[in-house]
Write a protein that binds this ligand. Structure first.
Ligand code: SAH
Length: 501
């Protein structure tokens, strides 16, 4: 199966569907790891390619691994970068498995020589400039006695206006361009090198047959890269400026929200071109004893108001309704007050319900104040689905106004055991540009979990969701670069954008 060239969004729907069914994934280094999010929880991931901490499996070992798991009755996804049949040995592996009676299905992928140039603004064919495109390996099997690459023909194709795309050519960039020039290709022919195409660290060098080696070296470009030779490589953007002009392209941003909550922030940052690393400091878990939650939801009709102050509470409500075999109609008689955009969205998304009341500011204080102002809460009964560590503000304010409030633990926030290794690998390489914090507790946990390693992120810029979070960060010795205004996820993204602009 082809994973596409890097950007996880360039995987096909067929690829995603296959991953959903996978018991085992055997992954090459260049195949996007983000795609593994589509695999089920029980999936076993085997790294076939070179990466920190793993050694490379030989082709024989890969073949044997694939066969072993398939013969044990498991569904195996062989995840390869780009397309599996373009310099990917896909057909060799398929033939090996087929010979052992194992059924093989091919899922093509978007290949690097088409996608990387496209993201750099280079179309590989063009009605007026290029009527052919040739895919070439720049690094032939060193064991092969005779070269199969006929540079005379390639030079001829390019001279006639064709596009040449070299894979695996960076180690031999000078030889490749010299060979083409030696076979008569004009030294002024445009050449572009696109490294890490479609990924947030994509970089492009542009030049001609005679100077591209110097230019690519000066820019520090190396593998993995596609070398594009031909008139199309000289197009300035060709109207496709989108990717390389994203404002956060090349920035690496750490998101410390919980897994459940990270996706919104992640999506917004990625849309602007950033690479996002999730480093949750807390995890959301069901309460140790869920009987009170079940009873409260079952008997919700006894209350006048249901209070929800987080999307986690909405998720817990939804799951409890499911477990009780009920749906949103069970909540028909109770009025619902929700604080925060995310809570509101979750309520609509998960249950199809619009809140009866939302405060104008996003805090428990505002909810209490505005609810008391807008509604007569005296003698009214409230049920509050809350986190085990929720602050007292809301309950105290409602009680002071004469309401009774039943508090029910809907979820627990537990500190995670450690921050991901990936975070420290990237911190060590000094590649983190921003740390983001959306709560005081996430700052506190982050510092505690980091321990001595906190020094690795000393110089990194910090963005917080608001004044309380900033205060905690400063108390713990961090300097805050920007603060969201308003205190929302969109505000946080805006603040980072402004600081980068
Ligand atoms: N099957 C893959 C190619 C594997 S060969 C495909 O269809 O794309 C590995 C080579 O592919 C690398 O040396 C590089 O030349 C190219 N490559 C893979 N991913 C790339 C990327 N994101 N950007 C630029 N080149 C890439």
């Amino acid at each position: 199966m082809g994973a596409g060239p890097g950007d996880a969004k360039l995987a096909t729907l067929a690829a995603v569907e296959a991953l959903r069914q996978a018991d085992v994934v055997v992954r090459d280094a260049l195949a996007s790891a983000a795609l593994l999010d589509h695999a089920p929880k029980h999936v076993r991931v085997i790294e076939a390619g070179k990466r920190a901490g793993h050694h490379t499996l030989s082709q024989d070992e890969i073949n044997a691994t694939l066969a072993e798991h398939a013969l044990a009755g498991r569904t195996v996804v062989r995840l390869k970068g780009g397309d599996p049949f373009v310099f990917g040995r896909g057909s060799e592996e398929a033939a090996y498995l087929d010979a052992r009676g194992i059924e093989v299905v091919a899922i093509p992928g978007v290949t690097a020589a088409v996608a990387a140039p496209a993201y750099a603004g280079i179309p590989v064919t063009h009605r007026h400039l290029a009527s052919t495109v040739t895919f070439i390996t720049g690094h032939e099997d060193p064991d092969k006695a005779d070269t199969l690459i006929d540079y005379a023909s390639l030079a001829q194709l390019a001279a006639a206006g064709g596009t040449l795309c070299f894979y695996m050519g960076m180690g031999r960039l000078k030889q490749i361009t010299d060979e083409l020039a030696g076979h008569g290709l004009d030294a002024a022919t445009p050449v572009a090198v696109v490294q890490w195409g479609t990924l947030p660290h994509q970089r492009t060098a542009r030049g001609t047959l005679s100077d591209i080696t110097t230019r690519a070296n000066d820019a520090g470009l190396a593998a993995p890269a596609i070398i594009v030779v031909g008139q199309v490589a000289g197009l300035e953007g060709a109207g496709m400026h989108g990717f390389e002009q994203q404002p956060l392209l090349g920035k690496t941003i750490v998101v410390t929200r919980t897994r459940q909550q990270a996706s919104g922030l992640r999506r917004q940052l990625e849309t602007l071109g950033a690479a996002v690393i999730e480093a949750p400091t807390i995890a959301i878990e069901p309460p140790e004893d869920d009987a009170p939650l079940r009873e409260a939801v079952e008997g919700v009709g006894r209350y006048d108001w249901l209070l929800l102050t987080s999307e986690n509470a909405v998720a817990a409500l939804g799951e409890t309704l499911d477990a009780l075999g009920r749906d949103a109609r069970h909540l028909a008689a109770v009025r619902i007050a929700a604080v925060g955009e995310a809570t509101d969205e979750a309520l609509r998304g998960r249950l199809g319900i619009a809140a009866d009341f939302t405060p104008t500011a996003f805090s428990a204080e505002a909810l209490a104040r505005e609810l008391v102002e807008a509604h007569d809460v005296k003698h009214k009964r409230f049920v509050y689905l809350k986190a085990d560590i929720a602050r007292r503000t809301l309950v105290d304010a409602l009680a002071a106004a004469g309401a009774t409030v039943d508090e029910v633990d809907a979820y627990r926030t537990v500190k995670v055991a450690s921050l991901p290794d990936e975070l420290w690998e990237i911190a060590q390489a000094q590649r983190i540009d921003w740390l983001t914090f959306t709560s005081s507790s996430s700052v506190r946990n982050f510092v505690e979990l980091a321990g001595e390693k906190v020094d690795l992120v000393r110089g990194v810029r910090v963005a917080t969701i608001g004044p309380r979070t900033s205060e905690t960060a400063v108390e713990l010795g961090m300097s805050v670069t920007v603060e969201a205004e308003p205190s929302t996820i969109a505000g946080l993204v805006e603040a980072i954008l402004k600081a980068c602009g």
